[in-house]
Design a protein around this ligand. Sequence first.
Ligand SMILES: [Fe+2]
Length: 155
Amino acid sequence: MVTPEAAATLNDIATEELAHLEMIGAMCAQLSENADIAEIKKAGFDKYYVDHGTGIYPSSAAGVPFTASYIQSKGDPITNLYEDMAAEQKARSTYEYLIEMTDDPDVLAPLRFLREREIVHFQRFGEALRRVQDYMDAKKQFIMPKCEKCRPKNR
Ligand SMILES: [Fe+2]
């Protein structure tokens, strides 16, 4: 990343996102670990169960497995930060859809927390974007120390 502050923002958010993945995985495990076959069928969890049992397998709600193609990287810091901000908004709206689908307070609380964190991530990426744009727009001037002995004597 272009500035140390932006790199720190990316490291902080990436670390937190891995923790979010762990939270969602733990929530899914807790919701399914004691389910019997009738409950699994009633919940529409049967197709997943046939492929993965009650194990945690990262996939979309439509059953599409997580792949590296979900990770966007364009090699341009401005483009990447806009992409990061868009990803945070997509995560926020996904959490809102999940929140709409449950009344379980033990599920709602972590989903609300995760939704709030996506909003914070969006704002932090926005701050990083502004800093990176300012840095890229700034004129760069490299100043050499004066060295009188280094100059030719006829000057
Ligand atoms: Fe996020």
